[in-house]
Design a protein around this ligand. Structure first.
Ligand code: AMP
Ligand code: FES
Ligand code: ZN
Ligand code: ZN
Length: 384
């Protein structure tokens, strides 16, 4: 069916039949902020719209002049989101963010019917960088009653790393939560700046592989069921654009908010913030009084992910919701689009001959990278 939303104007194609409530849910529109019009008639939430319906969703809460009002309580709003055609007061914004996380956990893309990202009995580990996303995620999940500990990986990037670690430590202490800290230099004999030089690879490449390895290793060694990261809608849309520009079939087939683990070697990985923008997670931290590192990693300059984000921001400014439409539209079609890549068969997972962690080759990518790095760096005794 074709759904036209107004102010800003956009057209969405949805597979039907769907009820009005389902359509509004797909579009992330708060039902009481709009009128839904089908065949010139107003229709209510449980009205079923046929496959070939043409529907208009018309906003009824005027913004524009005067103070924006919260769409829930009509109190003064503290944030407006053109993508949701809504504004909220602080308390209702917190509800909105937690509702989007709940939606990701219970009905996220890639989950089979009835499957959840995780449950209240799972032991979870959230990887926290000290930035807005991962701390917002940790805060929200604790507030929602989940059992979740934190993991900070010390990357050795000067004052940026020191400040990030302090913020994570303080966050954990204030909430009496458990935080694991793994220092890359102490444990593995290299930090990101000298490791990247020694490896002759991009900083972000070395950093990404190292982080993913440590997340999984800590999860396996401490018996966590799920690893969570703070990847948000902007991150995921930028990654998607990068994968599309390179037509990287393997990554396109795997990209998504849920990556299933396997064989007692690999933890399940989930991204419960994939429905929320960067701006929303930052605003959540401000409203909740969460202190986070505002500065960016000083080594990311020239990272193609940032260029893709900037390109998408230009499009989003002209048509609010475009990023979400790109990402969710892809995830809706992913199974169909990547069937060929899956049939090609994923290589079998075995244990790394050096460290025992999962790999599709003899020695895992992390150990191969680390061997290249430590071969050219002077080593301290403690590194394993
Ligand atoms: P980034 O790759 O920097 O965009 O970060 C993506 C996610 O990885 C963050 O939201 C965190 O969940 C996690 N992360 C990034 N850096 C660290 C770190 N130093 N320690 C632990 N987790 C991290
Ligand atoms: Fe990984 Fe900056 S955080 S390169
Ligand atoms: Zn309100
Ligand atoms: Zn290994």
């Amino acid at each position: 069916m074709i759904v036209r939303t107004r102010n800003p104007d956009a057209t969405h194609e949805l597979a039907g039949p769907l009820t009005v409530a389902e359509v509004l849910d797909r579009l992330d529109v708060a039902p009481h902020t709009v009128l839904v019009i089908h065949d010139g008639e107003l229709v209510t939430a449980d009205h079923e719209l046929p496959e070939d319906a043409e529907v208009e969703v018309r906003p009824v809460i005027s913004g524009g002049a005067g103070t924006p009002r919260c769409v829930v309580c009509r109190g003064p709003a503290v944030i407006e989101e053109p993508r949701h055609r809504a504004a909220w007061c602080g308390a209702h914004f917190v509800d909105h963010v937690q509702r989007q996380i709940r939606k990701a956990i219970d009905h996220g893309h890639g989950l089979t019917p009835g499957e959840r990202m995780f449950s209240y009995t799972d032991r979870m580990l959230v990887a926290v960088s000290g930035g807005k996303d991962s701390l917002a995620l940790w805060d929200a999940l604790l507030a929602m009653g989940y059992r979740v500990d934190g993991l900070y990986v010390g990357l050795g990037i000067g004052g940026y790393s020191t400040r990030s670690q302090e913020i994570c430590t303080r966050f954990a202490e204030e909430r009496r939560a458990t935080l694991h800290v793994v220092d890359l230099a102490e444990t593995y004999g290299y930090a990101i700046p000298n490791g990247a030089n020694a490896a002759g690879r991009s900083t972000c490449g070395v950093c990404g592989l190292s982080k993913r390895y440590v997340f999984n290793r800590v999860a396996m060694e401490h018996g966590y069921d799920v690893v969570l990261t703070g990847h948000n809608l902007d991150d995921e849309a930028a990654t998607l654009l990068g994968n599309l520009l390179r037509w990287n079939d393997a990554l396109l087939a795997r990209q998504g908010p849920v990556l299933r683990g396997g064989d007692g070697l690999q933890a399940r990985k989930c991204k419960p913030l994939y429905r929320l923008s960067e701006r929303e997670t930052a605003a959540y931290c401000v409203v909740r009084g969460i202190e986070y590192v505002v500065e960016e990693c000083p080594l990311v300059a020239g990272n193609s992910g940032h260029e893709h984000k900037a390109a998408l921001d230009v499009i989003e400014a002209g048509s609010p919701g475009a990023k979400a439409q790109l990402l969710f539209g892809f995830l809706d079609r992913q199974a169909r689009l990547s069937r060929g890549a899956e049939e090609g068969g994923a290589a079998a997972l075995g244990s790394c001959a050096r460290c025992g962690m999962p790999t599709t080759t003899d020695v895992c990518a992390f150990c191969r990278q680390r061997e290249r790095i430590v071969a050219v760096l002077p080593q301290h005794e403690e590194a394993v």
